[in-house]
Each structure stands twice: as C-alpha cells, then as structure tokens.
Design a protein around this ligand. Sequence first.
Ligand SMILES: [Zn+2]
Length: 490
Amino acid sequence: MSDPLAVIWERADAGEPCFSGDEVAAWSDGLVERFADAGLVYQVENATSVVCNACAEGHVEDVTFIESPRRSPVRAYIHCPEHGRVRVPLDRLRQWEVDFGGIASATARALELAGDIEEVVPGRVWFLGKATVAALSRELFLARGLTWQDAAEVLGKSTRLNAAKSALVLVAGEVPPEDIWNGDAPPMVALKTVATWNEMGLSVDRGHLEALLTTGRKKTPPVPLVSFPTPAGTTWPEVRFVVTDAALRVEARGKRKDYTFQEAGFEERRKKDAPDRLWALLKMFGTHGGILPFKAVDEKTRTNLKQYVSDLRQRLAALLPGIEGECISYAKDESAYRTAFGISSERTLQFPTPSGASWTDVSIAPHDDTGVRIAVTANETFSASSYAEDEEDGGDVHRWEAAEREGTVERTYDLRTLGLADDRNRPNRVGQALLAVLAGKGTVQRKADDKGMLELCGVLSKLMGIDGSPFDFAELEEKWVALFDAEKDL
Ligand SMILES: [Zn+2]
C-alpha cells in the first residue's frame, strides 16, 4: 500500500501547499479529516472558482452562490459555454493547506523530543527539541522550502539553527544540495524517508533515523537509544528515577516513561543482554537513596569511582537532554557522591546501620515537609557493616561504607524514597503512621491492630536491618511508644 503521507511531502515545497476538494476526494475515505485531526493539514476558506467538470474543456469558472428559495441551503453553480448553468457540489470547493507548525508538533511528539517547539523563521524553520540520536545529543529542526531560491538566505538567518552544536535537520520536502549551507552542512533527512502514518497519526521510524545517521561512523560509545521528552526548563531536582534490576522509570514534571536498561543505554558492550557497571552504580545510588559515600576505598578504586560517576553523569545527561547543571555532585564535607535528582530502587532501601546497633541507638526526626532524617549513633566500634551489595561490579563498593562504622551515620530520605508516599508525595497509610509518631514525639494513640502501625514496624525493621519491633505497645492506654528517639532535634 502506498504511503498516505506521500501527498503531503509532495506538496510541501509548493508555494501554496493547498489541496483542492477534487484532490482530497481521490484520497481514501476520511483521510483528510484524520490528517486534520493529527494537525498535519487545516481547512482554509472555500475556493471561489473551480474547474468545470461538465465538459472536456477544463475551463476554470468563478462560482456563483444561490440561496433560493430563501432559507434553503446554499447552492453553487458555474457557467459552462457548452452546458450552461452547472451545479457544483460544495465539497468540491473545500480546500486544505499543509500545516507545517502542526507537522513540527507531530514530529516532536513522535520522537518524544525534550523542550519546547520554536518557530525560528516563520513558515520555514522550526526548532523541534533535543534528543540523543545515533550517539550524539542533537538539536532537531524542521525546515521547508530548502530547494527554493531564498533557501540559503533563510538558513543564514536561522540563528538558533546555526548556533546548534549538533543539529539534525528534518526536511518536509526535498533535501537540497549541501552547498546551500554556509559552512558545514548538518545532517539532513527527508521526513518522507522516516515518517509513517498509522491510525494514531504521524510516527517516526527512529531505528531508520539512527541507521541513516550512523552510516560511516566507527564504533559508537554506549548511549541511550531513547531520550526522555524532558519538558523545557526542567531541573535535576524535579527528576526522579526508580531503578529495578532491568528497568528504569523516569519521571519529571508529571511525565513518566519506563525504559529497559538497553533502551536507556546501559547494555554491556562485550556481553549482550547484560547491564554494564554504570547500571550497577545507578542501582546503588537507588538502594542508598541518592548518596554514595566512599571514605575508606583505596586510591585505585577512588580513581575508578570518579570516572564511573563522571560517565554516569554523561549517560544521564544524554537520557534527559537539555537539563542545566550537574546531576551528581561530590560533597566534600561528607566524602560522598550525592544525586541532584531523586532516586529509589525497587529493591528495599537499606540504611547503613552498623551491626550491633539497636533501636535505642536510632533517632528519627521530620525533615522538610516530605521527608525524615534518620541517625544512628554508634557507641562502640562495630566489627562489620551489616549489609552488602550483591552487585557483580560492586566489588569495590563493599568498602565504601566501611568508614562509617564509627560515629554517627545520618541520612535524609523523602517519604517517596522510603515507599511511604505516592508519586505526588502524598503519604500513604504507613507514611501517615510515621508522621503521626514523629508529631507525637514517639507516642501515638492507635489500636494494637492498626494496619498503618503494623506495616510501619515492618518497613522500619527492614530499612534499618534491626530485628525486633521498633515500638512497645502499652495495652492499657492503647498507645504505641517508639523505642527509637523521636524527640531529638536532628
Ligand atoms: Zn464546461
């Protein structure tokens, strides 16, 4: 079957990219309406003249409208020398124009580009957004009329396009010769080669686009195959990742996408179908709620870790194009890497509790509106860390916590990271129970079978790795009393 979009690409370079009622009548049923719904064309004013189809002359005549008798529907006629007054069905007069702004939006949507669309040169050049395509973070543009006389001039005043470090120009009509560019031509791809029409509207064959741009390239570094449609102006603190063993969920400003580790660019290159060491590192950030300390690692590991974190920064910046600033920073005072984004793991979060610690060594206090601060004060030197990473590539990491065996270990978590709030930070039953305990300075009046409290016991025990309930229940008064310190102002 022929490509329904072909009619649009063929008309894209026309001075007046219009379709007459007669042309549209030859398309499949309802196609023009579906194009209009998808924003690719819009109906313009009816034609005032039309070709005579009563005779073989093909003469064009002005249309006369008659409303007679009064209040009867308008009828249209033309005059034919051979046939006299010829009735014109009103459908023949309808006209549509290609909507390039709509094509820009549909393309940006189809490619899930990051940022907002901007018309760079009216009616000719549009900035579509950013994406990582074929191993490069690119700025994508749509252009039209590049085969016209004024194309070089139009490109010359496309400031944003000329300023782009790595532009990719999608062309609605024909791809022009490269010499219309003043300087190196960016890659240009005709939309007709990558765009397809499905029932949902316009889609873009991303694999084909990658292939077109990858040709001739040597080994490419591992990069995301996808990029998150990051809303313009998003900051790293507005981003949240949820990592599982093989998938990554990305959320920012109400948008949410799930990617496999391969899609997100974390596939081990030597060993297919396995995630690489950066994935292990990302997961560790997840299980630690965004903070990775490494006081005690040896010099060699320290150097590697710095490199891994630096690689991870680049990988994440490619996955979410267009966000300013560093997504992971090194906090000197805590000797730890800290993520600017929120991150949690589906694997249970583990507090780095020194072994041998009991609930009386633990303090929990509210922190900001949506979080808690937990501290464990160790009064003796503990023999070993109570938990271990089981990451293949995480051999180095076993030691990262080692230095924290002495003194006070402190962490801040938001309720979401602890699994105690939904994705809009609204506390769930367990989160509400914890907040009630903290508000009551460790004491809360609830029944012995209170579900929120019972679940909270499990959550805290798992998080802290401390056996036994963190609460006593006073039967007579029906009160839950925390064994940990909920009064200390941390
Ligand atoms: Zn005629």
